[in-house]
Design a protein around this ligand. Structure first.
Ligand SMILES: Cc1cc2nc3c(=O)[nH]c(=O)nc-3n(C[C@H](O)[C@H](O)[C@H](O)COP(=O)(O)O)c2cc1C
Ligand code: SF4
Length: 486
């Protein structure tokens, strides 16, 4: 993973945990009610993909155990991992693109409701993503994937100073190209072809020459609203539209989106598809059903939007009536590391990925509460406009004192913690019960994220080896790691 140039190793400092009496009077553990969003407390487990679904995207026993374990800690809300809205193969990620997924998802809802004793609200994150191929072997790329064009023939003719390439059999062009050095290929392949060769083919929302990409604004409102209706039908309390990180909806919002069909370019055009999706979802579900979204306060890429622009996005969503705005940062493909041959590019491996899930190997700012200033600005702008839309903040949140002061000082409405809750799913409950000293504290070294990057079942280094021979305990495929927190 990317690291800042001048790294300091930060430490997780002890906190002054509250007594149960103090917790009972805290903001963090007070009820929250704004519009449709009603929580027993202001704690939130944001979406985390654990890679536990079947290859067909079905809920498994391990998925049930994963969410059941979080539910036992009784947070205010849990957001189920990014769940695909289409009925297409996407590996062991949950899917909600067809009614056949309903039975499994219903069991998941029941499990969370039972284990949290009805205390935790359950949302599901709805995601759309575009085609992404693994980085090909160069021989395969030149033999099968590269479309030989006039441009290649002319470039080869210039390079070799012979017109022979203009009419040469295609097979000859392919085998000649496969033998060329990287340096020579720079003069022959287009920028996009070089990317396909070195990173793997990746579709973008700007590929409007492809009919299925041009028609995304026409398709997505229906796909998202059908998924939301399914979520509602099995008992989820609401949906979180995934407008963050590297995926389709974030790509519409991105400043890199220069579509010229009214869905790219200026901010109002980039907002159009996300707004139309939201409107369609809102109209297709019941009045009590919560519909919010997750989006970025900063894309953290040179060509992206920054924290100066994101409050405008928040204002637009809030005006449109979203029930909450959950904020994140970075996590883009644009600056991701080159994958190995046979692997797919992963959006959390570059600088923007670092900002999404910062580690203790950080710059002087450190990983803790790193995104809060930008997130607090979003909330301030909403309130100045008299918009009460709840704001969920995340990023290195790991103790009571600072989380509480964020709420007290009005910088946030709800506190989300991903990795700290992974390390100890009971941590909110332990604080509430005055048992803060028992909390297993996240080390922020991203062992979990490294598993996620390799599409392996996500676990935490702090609980992997504890009581691993406990009877009936679920273990990873290599039988070396616990799948559930002790
Ligand atoms: C293993 C793992 C999987 C994640 N999956 C998702 C996801 O599906 N959707 C999402 O919006 N964020 C995802 N995230 C990002 C987290 O929700 C969160 O924004 C990020 O980890 C920063 O919060 P933290 O510092 O409390 O961990 C994931 C994070 C981790 C560690
Ligand atoms: S593996 Fe565990 S301790 Fe390490 S960053 Fe992830 S949640 Fe925290």
């Amino acid at each position: 993973m990317w690291r800042p140039p001048h790294v300091t190793k930060h430490v997780v400092v002890p906190d002054r945990w509250p007594s149960s009496a103090n917790a009972a009077h805290s903001h963090l553990f007070s009820e929250f009610s704004q519009g449709r969003l009603k929580l027993a407390e202001r704690t939130w487990v944001p979406a985390m993909v654990p890679w536990r679904a079947t290859e067909d995207g079905e809920v498994t026993d391990n998925v049930l155990q994963w969410y059941g374990r979080f539910a036992k800690g009784q947070p205010g809300a849990i957001v189920v991992e990014a769940t695909g809205i289409r009925d297409i193969p996407s590996g062991p990620l949950l899917r909600i693109g067809h009614d056949r997924y309903l039975r499994g998802l219903e069991t998941l809802v029941k499990r969370v409701k039972e284990h949290s004793q009805g205390r935790t609200k359950l949302f599901i994150q709805l995601i759309d993503f575009l085609r992404l191929n693994r980085r090909p072997k160069p021989s395969v790329y030149f033999a099968r994937y590269l479309k030989i064009t006039e441009h290649h023939r002319r470039a080869l003719a210039d390079l070799t100073k012979t017109d022979h390439w203009i009419d040469a059999p295609e097979a000859d062009v392919r085998s000649f190209l496969a033998e060329q050095s990287d340096q020579r290929l720079l003069d022959v392949l287009t920028e996009r072809e070089l990317e396909n060769l070195y990173l793997g083919y990746r579709e973008r929302v700007t590929d409007t020459h492809l009919e299925h990409i041009a028609s995304l604004p026409a398709q997505l409102p229906r796909l998202f609203s059908e998924a939301a209706k399914r979520a509602e039908s099995v008992g989820f309390d609401g949906v979180e539209l995934h407008y963050a990180h590297a995926y389709t909806m974030a790509s519409f919002l991105s400043k890199t989106n220069q579509r010229d069909d009214g869905y790219g370019g200026s901010l109002s055009h980039r907002l159009r598809c996300p707004m139309e999706v939201y409107d369609a979802v809102r109209q297709s579900v019941g009045d009590a059903f919560v519909v919010g979204c997750r989006f970025l306060v900063d894309e953290v890429i040179d060509t992206g939007f920054s924290a100066r622009e994101s409050p405008q996005i928040a204002l637009a969503f809030a005006h449109q009536g979203m029930d909450f705005l959950s904020l994140s940062k970075g996590g883009k493909f644009d600056d991701a590391k080159q994958p190995k041959v046979g692997q797919a590019i992963y959006p959390y491996t570059g600088k923007s990925g670092y900002e999404c899930m910062p580690t203790i190997y950080s710059d002087t700012r450190g990983p803790f509460y790193r995104n809060i200033d930008a997130m607090a600005d979003v909330k301030a702008v909403l309130r100045e406009a008299s918009l009460p839309t709840p704001v969920v903040v995340a990023g290195g949140i790991n103790n009571f004192t600072r989380a509480e002061s964020l709420l007290k000082n009005g910088h946030a409405d709800i506190i989300a913690a991903a990795r700290q809750t992974l390390a100890d799913p009971d941590w909110f409950m332990k604080m509430r019960q005055g048992r803060g000293q028992d909390i297993r504290r996240c080390k922020y070294t991203n062992y979990c994220e490294a598993l996620d990057t390799r599409h392996k079942e996500v676990t935490c280094q702090l609980w992997d080896r504890i009581q691993i021979d406990e009877p009936g305990i679920a273990l990873s495929k290599d039988r070396k790691r616990r799948l559930i927190a002790p």
